[in-house]
Ligand binder design. Sequence first.
Ligand code: FAD
Length: 397
Amino acid sequence: MRNKNILISGASIAGPTLALWLNRHGFATTVVEKAPELRDGGQAVDFRGNQLDVLRRSGLLDEVRRHQTNMGAQIILDERGRRAGVMPPEFTSGEVEILRGDLSRILFDATKDRTEYIFGDSITSLTEVADGVEVTFTHGGPRKFDLVVGADGMHSVVRALAFGPESRFRKEAHFHFAGFTAPNHLGLDRSGFVYNVPGRGVMLQSKRGNTQANVGFWFRADGLEYDRHDVEQQKRILHELYRDAGWELPALLAALRDADDVFFDSLCQIHLDHYTRGRIALVGDAGWGAGPGGSGTGLAMMAAYVLAGELAAAGGDHEAGFAAYEREVRAAAEAGLKQAKGAGGFLAPATSGAIRRRNFTYRLLFTRPLMGLFQKMAIKAANALTLKDYPIPGYSR
Ligand SMILES: Cc1cc2nc3c(=O)[nH]c(=O)nc-3n(C[C@H](O)[C@H](O)[C@H](O)COP(=O)(O)OP(=O)(O)OC[C@H]3O[C@@H](n4cnc5c(N)ncnc54)[C@H](O)[C@@H]3O)c2cc1C
């Protein structure tokens, strides 16, 4: 096997999944993660259709099911906080739903014995030479790897270093999303609320056996300027935006003050013509970040499976393996980007009239004939990729 030593940037979903499959195929993996420890925040992520196959093949489906949210219906509220509809769990939770942080932990635990994990560091330069890639880091000394994979999300440093600045590939959606953990002050029992005022949305859901709640804020924001690393500034922005929004916002903003897992980002999309260049590849959000509704987590895991499998099938030849990887995942990545387009407008309608129309659409969607149609649409991106078998000597599933 050629190109045995592979460096992966990012230890969230795509990175550890790739490490798992590369290890099984006999490659040696190192994962470098910028955060000082595994990040356990994030909302629930769901799996539908073919996406379950990657969990099954990895042998992690039972473990994921043990951690599933078992979320029930969500109540849609009108602008005055009154019940305006009910969202059934099939709509929001797919076939299996798990908190992003729990999934990341499961993947980390499944790989930590065979993968070298380096936390609190980041790649600063990549120099491709004839027989590998020379890599420098913010803290660690320089090292050389055969191949490098960016699994480092929307703001991938590997993409920036090997493909060009993010601005070249980024399409703005003009919305932002913020999420954090709060006390379950309403005593929600595996349920949640969706609430909107013009231009701003709130999602509140119980989690972890109802001991806590997840809060999600979606809002319209054109030209919002802030420091991506300054969480206190992000909290101030959210406070200003939501302090007059009524309903349970005083309690949620009080919880935000104490939250230590705030995730704050714009709902942009990443569009690239190629996911690989020379000895460097991208997987997951780093390659085709789609935003909410784009099946991002399931696809990141499927694509990581494919990348490892194609490399192995090519005997480690990165030119052949990377080309096959691109051919396999391109259609599914495009389908995810298309499916997520416009999600912001649905999550945070601009006016009171638009909120009422959106709530009416929700109610229509949840009638029996349209629910079937919705489920077909929701599964389309998930089923745009069918996993092939990549035999692993001595390993059976
Ligand atoms: C803490 C967190 C919370 C999230 N919450 C949500 C959510 O609520 N809703 C939602 O839709 N999506 C959320 N996401 C994104 C979601 O996980 C992805 O869309 C999807 O799972 C695809 O995963 P990924 O591994 O490709 O990218 P990501 O999950 O974004 O992971 C990228 C990883 O790379 C790391 N990283 C970034 N820069 C560097 C660097 N320079 N060097 C090394 N490592 C780096 C990040 O810390 C992260 O661990 C969240 C991601 C994270 C990390």
